[in-house]
Design a protein around this ligand. Structure first.
Ligand code: ZN
Length: 153
């Protein structure tokens, strides 16, 4: 993102605001060179880049999105506050999004948690894997064990 005034490449984010529907982020930026302030609007591009390099639109059904919106609203209402900082909205989106799609979750998480290095992603992926393993364990617990053919003992 370069400065629209002097085209300097280094800009500092002063403030981030998530749109109500969670599909975009408005950022107030300050140019490090000329110190002019400007606003950028970043749209969430739910696109998955496959290992082959091909890109594919992230497919979430209307129902999934409606449910996600409802979960976020419930989570925020449940907190009893009348107003929420953008950061909290982002965090509220993360939990239900994690159930929907790993890649989309990581993309959102990298924005809201302001990842700075590959290590941050690695830690998040690790916790995501742990969460998935727990989910799987729950699933197997609750269902018949006919699906698992591993010998016991
Ligand atoms: Zn500038």
């Amino acid at each position: 993102m370069h400065c629209p005034f002097c085209r300097h490449n280094d800009t500092k984010v002063l403030d981030s605001r998530v749109a109500e529907d969670g599909s975009s982020i408005r950022r107030r930026r300050c140019c490090q060179a000329c110190e002019q302030r400007f606003t950028t609007l970043e749209l969430m591009q739910l696109t998955v880049v496959k290992r082959s390099g091909a890109t594919e639109a992230f497919e979430v059904s209307e129902d999934d999105l409606a449910r996600l919106g409802q979960q976020v609203e419930d989570a925020l209402r449940g907190s009893g506050q009348a107003e929420f900082p953008a950061h909290e909205v982002g965090m509220a989106i993360l939990a239900p999004l994690r159930e929907l799609d790993d890649v989309a979750f990581l993309r959102f998480a990298s924005v809201y948690k302001q990842y700075e290095s590959a290590d941050d992603f690695e830690i998040e992926i690790e916790s995501l894997r742990k969460h998935r393993a727990e989910q799987l364990a729950d699933l197997l617990d609750g269902e018949s064990h006919d699906l698992t053919s591993a010998p016991s003992g």
